[in-house]
Design a protein around this ligand. Sequence first.
Ligand SMILES: *Cc1c(COP(=O)(O)O)cnc(C)c1O
Length: 383
Amino acid sequence: MDFTTLLIHGGQDPDEPYGDLSLPLHTASTFAQADPARPGRFDYARSGNPTRQAVETHIAALEGGERGLAFASGMAAITSVLLLFSPGDHIVAGRDLYGGAYRVLTTVFARWGLETTFVDTTDPDALDKAIGPRTKAVYIESPSNPLLTVTDLGAVAALAKARGVLAIIDNTFMTPFLQRPLAHGFDIALHSATKFLGGHSDLVAGLAVTADADLGRRLYAVQNACGAVLGPQDCWLLARGMRTLAVRLAAEQQTARQLATWLAARPEVARVHYPGLPDHPGHAIQARQADGPGAVLSFELAHAQAAATFMRAMRLPKVAVSLGGVESILSHPAAMSHAAMPPAERAARGITDALVRLSVGLESAADLQEDLDRALRAAADAA
Ligand SMILES: *Cc1c(COP(=O)(O)O)cnc(C)c1O
């Protein structure tokens, strides 16, 4: 089946008795057992629920993996994956990561005894050097947040395999519509389904997909033991959002391409970060390993004050954390998504106070461009 067909038909349970065209919503916390000695397919809803299972089966099919698991948030999915490891283990992570992933690694897991080294994963040698005898996994984002750096997925997965460590990727920015990391050799793909998969800024959810069944069983054991499961109502909402992923993201991406090209030619804009632009350092790799550059871009204005004026002057995009909604969302990474990162660390990564991130929604490209034009002029005048 083509991906778009799988989006519509991939999450359905052939055993549902009534032939519902919408995913049935099962809210029970517990399920009656005919024989206490032999539990049925579902017994207690933390351990499994038919609505959740439909979403889990669906994301596994979309990512081309063996097992999908749905969590209460993207961070719950990331945390549950990190709980596969033990105190004393070591992880090599990308240096340009979602702020919350950086925070959980450097606070909760550092205290707990899981050590992390952050490297520039666009440089395979740096990655290779950082892997030591205690290393258990490589954890990356591509394109990364908020600088949209591109890492060669095949190279990272091959290196991880050669060194006997797991390859884990946060695939939130791409979704399986644009990029399927397990096909490149990754062991686990993670999602904040709050973003493009849900797509309507109306729920918080996380997903994880494992390439093989054994790793899936180990992650399920963590999910069941720790309990950060996604509730059935949110599973239903997520399943509904996922059905339109392809049309939403294709349209948003088309507008993002147009706006990125236009922004790159503007004198008020110092630099645009978008892998769809031919002069982006990761352009060729992105074109090879993904089906598009996505709908998120970031760009730098002349200085922090210009960025502040620009953000205040924009009317259509909402200024908010998060991304991937039907509405455009504008954010200031240094003060919002990456506020959890110390200023020195942000500076070292190039996340300046003049950087803004735009998640392009489904508004008309002409309206967004007009809005950007006005706000850029306002920023230039104020400077
Ligand atoms: C939002 C986000 C997360 C965290 O997900 P939540 O659903 O907010 O917990 C993780 N990774 C990336 C890339 C994100 O954008």
